[in-house]
Design a protein around this ligand. Structure first.
Ligand SMILES: [Zn+2]
Length: 212
């Protein structure tokens, strides 16, 4: 299975008329945040595959927007599915989402370490249920911010979340896909192992082949 991961930057390699030919073998798309809904809408309508997303610190609250694309819950998502503080099974894989960044200036989608621990507690029952029903807590954790000490930066805005570290040790997702850390230098690591998990920075775009 191939997963197209995107975040933080409208990537000209994706945002093009050639998207269908270039990404014809993609089964699912994950957006790690800080991207406009119109971009997600373009990808969903071009590839016609499920797109799951979380919100970044620059996304505000897109669910307030009135639009003909509003779903049953009044959410403007253009066909993309918000999995922030939720789990969802798609294409046989279990996904969980934890959006937002560390708190730094009182803006939207910013959380303290304590608030992120509460967000994890909120999805705990469905993780346990998946463990019972499917034999594993989850396969992929989709976040906006990175874990503390992995792909993060020292400033308050770009520091990672400590609770993501014990989340990975405890629930053992195969992948943690995040955004928020811009990759300006191609020598910076995009994929880093942490215990049983591959931590992947989706900045721009990155394709995961789950068979690899
Ligand atoms: Zn961000």
């Amino acid at each position: 299975m191939k997963i197209l991961c995107i975040s933080d930057q409208i990537d000209p390699v994706v945002y093009t008329g050639a998207i269908k030919a270039r990404f014809h073998d993609i089964d699912l798309i994950l957006s790690a945040g800080d991207l406009p809904m119109d971009y997600l809408d373009f990808i969903v309508s071009s590839l016609n595959k499920p797109l799951l997303f979380v919100l970044g610190n620059h996304d505000g609250n897109p669910f307030r927007k009135k639009s003909p694309f509003q779903g049953a819950g009044g959410a403007y998502t253009g066909g993309a599915v918000h999995i922030g503080s939720r789990t969802r099974v798609e294409e046989g894989l279990i996904f969980a989402g934890l959006g937002g960044s560390r708190w730094y200036n009182n803006g939207g989608n910013q959380y303290t370490q304590f608030e992120m621990r509460l967000a994890i507690l909120k999805i705990l029952p469905s993780l346990l249920l998946n463990r019972l029903l499917r034999g594993r807590f989850l396969d992929v954790l989709l976040t906006h911010a990175p874990p503390l000490g992995v792909h993060d930066r020292p400033d308050r805005c770009h520091q990672g979340f400590k609770p993501f570290l014990w989340f990975m040790r405890l629930f053992k997702p195969k992948y943690l896909v995040h955004g928020h850390t811009h990759l300006y230098d191609l020598s910076e690591p995009r994929v880093s192992p942490y215990h049983a998990t591959s931590v992947i920075n989706a900045y721009g775009h990155y394709v995961i082949d789950t068979r690899a």
